[in-house]
Design a protein around this ligand. Structure first.
Ligand SMILES: N[C@@H](CCC(=O)N[C@@H](CS)C(=O)NCC(=O)O)C(=O)O
Length: 247
């Protein structure tokens, strides 16, 4: 029951961080509403998935501690954590289930339990790899240097070889149909390339995958400047996350 949206506080109130518990609306948002920081973090894969599915969404950026506390007070964060996605009358939390819900809803989640398992497995590999990028902005200079090396090592030796082999004789990772797994892989490739621009030189299948995937209309749109895709995290993003979460 904790996930049902009853009376969401108006987004304008949350935006300012001055949400009044009495300031409620009964209207259910038609577009999904994403509550997170104005930066990548754990929300970025959700933005990617919605973007690739061609679904428009709105965002409420957490800039003040009060906004986060207000969401907790309203019982909208099951474990006191964001990402939060308000969608289909629910307060969705926990990144992986949010992603699989959206993937299922928009037919990007395979045709049967076996394919869904394969999609989950490939997606989790990218989530593990991208977790290294997620942590990067919060490290000190020495930690960043080390993390950059680790991203290269893990991408080259652990993760990319798996996807390279999987794509040897097919265009998509699972069921020869475009799925959430492919979207995750595209995001992961671009993330690693930001650290190591030549990373695909030993991965011709991944290079070809990237070239054809970036031409898909919804993805091409998502990659355009001004889209909901967030830039490489900067100091302001780090400071905001630390202030809101009291890190
Ligand atoms: N397992 C959760 C982890 C979410 C999480 O750690 N979110 C951070 C922000 S990126 C947070 O809200 N931290 C506050 C806390 O854990 O109390 C998920 O995947 O969504």
């Amino acid at each position: 029951m904790g996930s049902v949206v009853r009376k969401p506080v108006s987004q304008n109130a949350l935006k300012t961080g001055n949400a009044d518990p009495q300031s409620v609306t009964n209207t259910m948002a038609e577009k999904p509403v994403l509550y997170y920081f104005n930066g990548r973090g754990r929300m970025e894969s959700i933005r990617w998935l919605l973007g690739a599915a061609g679904i428009e969404f709105e965002e409420v950026y957490l800039e003040k501690r009060e906004q986060y506390e207000q969401l907790i007070k309203e019982g909208r964060l099951m474990f006191g954590q964001v990402p939060l996605v308000e969608m289909d009358g629910m307060n969705l939390t926990q990144t992986h289930p949010i992603l699989s819900y959206i993937a299922a809803k928009y037919n990007l989640y395979g045709k049967d339990p076996k394919e869904r398992y394969e999609i989950d497995r490939y997606a989790d590999g990218t989530i593990d790899l991208m977790g290294l990028g997620l942590a990067y902005p919060f490290l000190d200079d020495a930690g960043k240097e080390k993390q950059k090396g680790l991203i290269k090592e893990r991408a080259t030796n652990k993760y990319f070889p798996v996807y390279e082999t999987a794509l040897k004789d097919k265009d998509y990772l699972v069921g020869n149909k475009f799925s959430w797994a492919d979207i995750q892989l595209m995001e992961a490739i671009l993330m690693v390339e930001e650290f190591h621009s030549d990373i695909l030189s030993c991965f011709p299948q991944l290079q070809a995958f990237k070239e054809r995937t970036k031409k898909m209309p919804t993805i091409a749109k998502f990659l355009l400047p001004g889209s909901p895709k967030k830039p490489f995290p900067d100091d302001k993003y780090v400071a905001t996350v630390k202030a809101v979460l009291k890190m």
